[in-house]
Design a protein around this ligand. Structure first.
Ligand code: PGA
Length: 251
């Protein structure tokens, strides 16, 4: 019932020219790999080049953030309408780097999620515990709280366009991957929170990704777990062969 979604998160990497070159390299490697949705979330300045380069391919383009207001005096921000008009279909919301470095809160994550969904974007909402929170035994509480806060006022109908990425903060960019069982457990907490809000049927239909040092070597094992419906991939999405190998693992 659920379909794998393999999404790259380029973060602040690749100029428009480099984005085009990387996509040209990836396209043939992921072509025809139709057992999953393939998404690249790219820096805002790269979006036009990425949309052009992926035209006619099976790669969809996402943004890395969206503002919650439709327009106005928000210097440096980008609205959902700007993204949809540019051809963007997905957007990452509430990544731990946004929460850590840019004062993103559960409230703003919720508002951004609503803005994205109301504009027809698919929202990839990120949740995850720090190492300290895990060691204190708060992983389940924290994941459920972040998930519920992010989805406040989202309608059951809109849940079709919600993807949640469980990304333990201690596993992001560190080379330390959660074990497949830890990933499955974390994703399970997220799914349970969705069930508490929307019921079992919607929870079963919701795509929950794992993210945090997912790579071409560990992807198959992570994706074999029942609650792991895909990946949000940082570092390994910057190398065509590695990202393609993860897409292969989802076939
Ligand atoms: P990583 O990043 O794969 O480099 O750990 C994942 C993410 O931040 O989404």
């Amino acid at each position: 019932m659920r379909r794998y979604v393999i999404a790259g998160n380029w973060k602040m990497n690749k100029t428009p020219a480099a984005a085009k070159a990387l996509i040209e390299e990836m396209k043939p490697l992921v072509a025809g790999k139709d057992n999953c949705d393939v998404v690249l979330c790219v820096p805002a300045i790269d979006i036009p080049a990425a949309i052009e380069a992926t035209a006619g391919s099976n790669i969809k383009i996402g943004a890395e953030n969206v503002h919650f207001k439709a327009s106005g005096a928000y210097t440096g921000e980008i609205s959902a309408e700007m993204l949809t008009e540019a051809g963007v279909e997905y957007v990452v919301i509430g990544h731990s780097e946004r929460r850590q470095y840019f004062a993103e809160t559960d409230q703003t994550v919720n508002l951004r999620t609503l803005a994205a969904l109301n504009a027809g974007l698919k929202a990839i909402v990120c949740v995850g515990e720090t190492l300290e929170q895990r060691e204190l035994g708060y992983t389940e509480t924290l994941l459920k709280f972040q998930t519920k806060m992010a989805l406040t006022n989202v309608t059951a109908e809109q849940m079709k366009n919600v993807i949640i990425a469980y990304e333990p903060v201690w596993a992001i960019g560190t080379g330390v991957t959660a074990t497949a069982d830890q990933a499955d457990e974390g994703n399970g907490y997220v799914r349970a929170a969705v069930a508490e809000m929307f019921g079992a049927e919607i929870a079963e239909a919701t795509v929950v990704q794992y993210g945090g040092s997912m790579n071409e070597k560990n992807a198959a094992e992570l994706l074999s777990k029942p609650n792991v419906d895909g990946g949000l991939i940082g570092g390994a999405s910057l190398v065509a062969a590695k990202f393609a190998a993860i897409v292969d693992a989802a076939q």
